[in-house]
Design a protein around this ligand. Structure first.
Ligand code: PLP
Length: 381
């Protein structure tokens, strides 16, 4: 299958609009020029709306993980403790990062199960400079309770770090209302830009509690904030300039659609996928409760009985639709469909139709068209 005809329905990188792709083919400009500064500050203005924040925002060259690294490394020193909450792969990444910089109090839950907020509070009671969590745990398709943990962080005077990488712009994400001191996203998710930029918002409180000298040189938020306050606005080191072009274009696209409308569309599209799954007797993977919800940006489903990962995802790929498998211990057990950014109703319907086709081939489809029918109903098409 030609790559041009391939539909990427993974939870990032996501499909990039032609208009955004074209923006990257402009001639290079100096990253110390007024033109670059104007692009950077235009992006910051729009990103503040995207993040629902008045805090400062910096754009770093590197994938989302560099933003997580920068957040933890700028706050945590050798003698400091960070509480890290995990119920999937990316929460565990915060634990691994924390161990590089200081002491970690991990609060671990089984992958795909909700946080027990009492356990989180018990950890915070032991005394910590910061608490870090993932809002939308991409590995399991679960949206975690950032608002509730934010209240606990405030009560225990801990800096609140939230990975919003697969969330911001897709799920509701209220940086200021939820008391988030450092929020992170990556360009390749709901922003629908190619991979390579991490975007980080930083509160004044976080800045006041920065480590005097972060153990990371490149990912030191102090340096990034200092350059972003220069005129013209700059980055401390040479940025991926074409990705800034793309980010600016993509932010304008999102703002034309309306940030709230985009979130509502994403929610509808995820509901369409969940609805199709139910119609096809495919079980959703994560466990949800009053605080933890099915993700609107990635739907994780159990592998249907009688079908292997190879048959399901391999079969779909042969038809030009790429979906994700499970990570680590969930390999072969689940599969995941992303609904972020510039995803269309047609993309969702093609994905569900292809899924049905593969299930039929494996003799595991009870009623042909039921998934597409259910999804169309939600999408209103
Ligand atoms: N956190 C979450 C929630 C993610 O979904 C991802 C990537 O999928 C990451 C962190 C890591 O981001 P990156 O691969 O851009 O470094």
């Amino acid at each position: 299958m030609d790559i041009e005809d391939t539909l990427l329905m993974i939870p990032g990188p996501v499909k990039v609009a032609p208009r955004v792709l074209r923006s990257m083919s402009k001639p290079m400009i100096s990253h110390r020029s007024g033109e670059f500064g104007a692009i950077y500050s235009d992006c910051i203005g729009l990103l503040k709306q995207f993040f629902e924040t008045q805090n400062d925002v910096v754009i770093m060259t590197g994938s989302g993980t560099v933003g997580m690294d920068a957040a933890v490394g700028s706050i945590i020193g050798r003698k400091d403790t960070i509480v890290t909450i995990s119920n999937g792969k990316f929460g565990e990444r915060f634990t691994e990062i924390g161990e590089r910089y200081g002491k970690v109090l991990p609060v671990k839950f089984e992958w795909g199960t909700p946080f027990d907020l009492e356990k989180v509070e018990a950890a915070l009671e032991q005394g910590a400079k910061a608490v870090a969590m993932v809002h939308n745990e991409t590995s399991v398709g679960l949206t975690n309770p950032a608002k509730e943990v934010g209240k606990l962080a405030q009560k225990h005077d801990a800096i609140f770090i939230v990975d919003g990488i697969s969330s911001i712009g897709g799920n509701e994400f209220l940086t200021d209302d939820w008391n988030i001191d450092i929020a992170i996203t990556g360009s390749q998710k709901a922003l629908a830009v190619p991979p390579g930029l991490a975007i980080v918002s930083v509160s004044q409180k976080a800045e006041e509690r920065f480590e005097a000298k972060s153990a990371s040189y490149y990912a030191d938020l102090k340096a990034h904030l200092k350059s972003a306050r220069k005129s013209p606005v700059q980055t401390p080191y040479t940025p991926a300039v074409p990705l800034f072009f793309a980010l600016q274009e993509a932010l304008h696209m999102a703002s034309e659609e309306g940030f709230a409308s985009r979130r509502a569309r994403t929610a509808r599209q995820a509901e369409a996928v969940r609805s199709a799954a139910r119609a096809l007797d495919i079980e959703l993977f994560p466990q949800v409760n009053e605080h933890s919800h099915y993700s609107n940006t990635v739907t994780a489903m159990k592998m249907p009985a009688g079908v292997t990962d190879d048959k399901l995802r391999g079969g779909m790929k042969k038809q030009g639709v790429v979906v994700s498998g499970g990570q680590e211990q969930l390999k072969g057990k689940i599969f995941r469909i992303g609904t972020m950014g510039a995803c269309s109703s047609g993309d969702i319907l093609r994905t569900i139709q292809t899924l049905e086709l593969v299930l039929a081939k494996e003799g595991q489809l009870r009623s042909r068209g039921a998934g597409v029918e259910a999804a169309s109903r939600v999408l209103g098409v």
